[in-house]
Design a protein around this ligand. Structure first.
Ligand code: HEM
Length: 224
């Protein structure tokens, strides 16, 4: 086994990789949220943005990196929690009293976010690529798939929107702990900087939750 392969299969290496993939997924979330803002401002621009995202070759490559990022993050999480439980059953029991609910339930919130992601990709990603999507016009008058109407009509369903809101709240708790924990895992643990990193993590988690939650809530209410 080479040195680098050895490093990434060790607990420390897995923690590093989980932290790096977690921060990479955070950057994806930020870009995804900013892209979705066009849902509020300009339906034509949103449809053009979606077409760009699903046809640009550079984005295709980024998509593969994104899938690998998700898979690495999930596999590492499972391996690490198994290794932790096997190594420190007693410490685990003691930690329960000292740690927060969301730090103890990263596996649970992560699994629910994964279930949400499967639903989300099935309805929007797969639906856009292989489903029966209505056509509309882009800014030059050419035909384009109407992703805007697809998203808006999905959110007119109470249960669909409710699942999104619940999943986004759990995503917020996952990010709140995950963000600061990632910095600790890569060695950035310092009396001076850790409180600021924690505050930044909470601000990021709140911004992502409120941002993503605003779409189902707004489109559900405006279509009542
Ligand atoms: C209400 C909030 C959300 C809306 C309205 C939304 C909307 C969309 C739409 C329209 C697409 C397909 C078009 C595109 O690639 O841009 C998409 C793809 C995707 N979404 Fe979301 N999304 C939301 C939340 C999320 C969250 C919270 C996550 C992650 C936990 C997520 C992960 C993804 C992924 C991985 C893709 C596939 C990206 C790609 O293939 O380029 N989305 N989303």
């Amino acid at each position: 086994m080479s040195n680098s392969a050895g490093l990434f299969s060790s607990s420390l290496g897995r923690k590093y990789l989980m932290a790096l993939t977690g921060l990479f997924l955070c950057s994806f979330l930020l870009i995804h949220l900013l892209g979705n803002v066009a849902l509020f401002t300009d339906p034509v621009q949103f449809n053009e943005y979606t077409r760009f995202m699903s046809s640009n070759p550079i984005i295709r490559v980024m998509e593969i990196i994104l899938v690998l990022g998700f898979l690495t993050h999930i596999v590492d999480a499972v391996m690490l929690s198994k290794a932790n439980k096997a190594a420190q059953p007693v410490k685990y029991a003691m930690d329960r009293k000292q740690s927060s609910w969301y730090s103890r339930n990263m596996g649970l919130t992560g699994s629910i976010i994964l279930a949400f992601l499967i639903l989300h990709l099935q309805s929007f990603w797969y639906g856009y690529k292989f489903g029966d999507v209505a056509m509309t016009l882009d800014s030059s008058g050419a035909e384009i798939k109407d992703m805007f109407t697809m998203v808006v009509s999905a959110f007119s369903e109470f249960w669909y929107s409710a699942i999104y809101v619940a999943a986004m709240l759990l995503l917020g708790t996952h990010l709140n702990h995950g963000f600061q924990s990632a910095f600790q895992s890569v060695g950035l643990r310092h009396k001076k900087y850790t409180p600021t990193i924690k505050k930044l993590g909470t601000a990021f988690a709140v911004a992502m939750t409120l941002g993503f939650i605003s779409f189902p809530i707004y489109f559900y209410i405006t279509q009542l």
